[in-house]
Ligand binder design. Structure first.
Ligand code: SF4
Length: 342
């Protein structure tokens, strides 16, 4: 064992001291002294190590709505953590300083933080959940798992904010401890995933179905990027998939892209409000009960309305949340609003 590293949970040993990582759907084959695509897993003498283990690069107390989750513990805060590294290279990434750090500057920074410490911080601040976010939790699986187990024991919920590109082995490992996941469904185009993310679409779709079957609460986010992922056809395909495979109660967040803060798409204009409204309408017409626009404050499309009688049930302005539901039910007609409240 090397200090500050942890032997990876999921990998296979191959001939000539090569290994195959089984943590995400890249399934990297890694030679001795080399790292995988994420830049945080290294083959050292025929064994695979996570170099980012316990190295917390970001920790904040955020509104759960920022993740975004609108139906999971609405109106609460979530202790949010990340290490450096990512298995994708999204051109639109807003956290590229930490997500791409291992590849762009060969640095793996972070403050060594015991998993128990994370849970203690949540308890001390009376925070009901830990979010694994900002970068991709899959690439800090070993650390996340330890935090998740302790959190669960202490009745604190666990939520992943993920690109959904984990392996099936990772899903099997995390699902007993995972309460909710917000998964990006960035586009319905394989080309988009290859060119702008360095990933693939199919594993994400399969994983969404698997997570849903495992009983994890799922919300979906699609960043609507002008000219790249904003066509009506693309949005229709996403909405149809969500309705058919995940169910009409699955919330879909269609969010505004902002070029200025992106890694490599600074020349692309911000998503026009009209386009977000169109995406909202596409979702509703596809039969989704809960569609939300994001990153633009003050639109009524941030609110939750009863899918039966249209009464306002949760009123949101940015992160200011007013709940009018009666224990998860519509205050007017009693309809279930699909909220996870505890
Ligand atoms: S986590 Fe994914 S990207 Fe990183 S080494 Fe493993 S398979 Fe490769």
């Amino acid at each position: 064992m090397f200090k500050g590293m942890k032997e990876c949970f999921l990998y296979k040993r191959l001939a000539n001291k090569k290994v195959q990582c089984q943590t995400c759907s890249h399934y990297c084959a890694i030679s001795p002294n080399k790292r995988g695509i994420c830049g945080v897993r290294e083959n050292i003498d025929g064994r695979l190590y996570a170099l980012n283990y316990k190295k917390v690069a970001a920790i904040n107390i955020d509104p759960i709505e920022k993740k975004p989750f609108f139906h999971f513990l609405p109106g609460t805060y979530s202790l949010s953590i990340a290490t450096v590294g990512c298995n994708f290279k999204c051109w639109n990434c807003q956290n590229f300083d930490i997500s791409q750090m291992p590849q762009t500057s060969d640095r793996i920074i972070g403050e060594e933080t015991a998993p128990e410490q994370i849970v203690k911080i949540a308890q001390r601040n009376k925070i009901p959940s830990v979010s694994y976010t900002y970068t991709e939790p899959t690439i800090f699986l070993e650390y996340a798992m330890e935090v998740m187990k302790i959190a669960k024991k202490n009745k604190i919920k666990n939520a992943w904010i993920s690109n959904g590109f984990m392996s099936k082995e990772t899903i099997n490992l995390i699902s007993p401890y995972l309460d909710a996941a917000n998964i990006d469904l960035k586009s319905f185009s394989e080309q988009f995933y290859q060119k702008y993310c360095g990933g693939h679409l199919k594993p994400v779709l399969n994983n969404l179905i698997k997570l849903k079957r495992k009983g994890v609460w799922i919300e979906i986010t699609t960043l609507v990027i002008p000219t790249l992922s904003d066509s009506s056809k693309n949005l229709q395909k996403i909405a149809t998939f969500i309705k058919k495979e995940l169910g009409p109660e699955t919330p879909w967040h269609v969010t505004q892209f902002c070029g200025k803060i992106s890694w490599k798409l600074q020349d692309i204009e911000d998503t026009p409000i009209e386009k977000l409204k169109e995406a909202y309408t596409i979702g509703k017409e596809a039969g989704l009960k809960y569609v939300y626009t994001g990153n633009v404050r003050g639109l009524p499309t941030e609110d939750t309305f009863c899918p039966k009688c249209r009464a306002l049930v949760i009123d949101r302005t940015g992160y200011i949340v007013h709940r009018h539901d009666k224990n998860g039910k519509c205050p007017k007609c009693g309809q279930d609003i699909n909220l996870i409240l505890k």
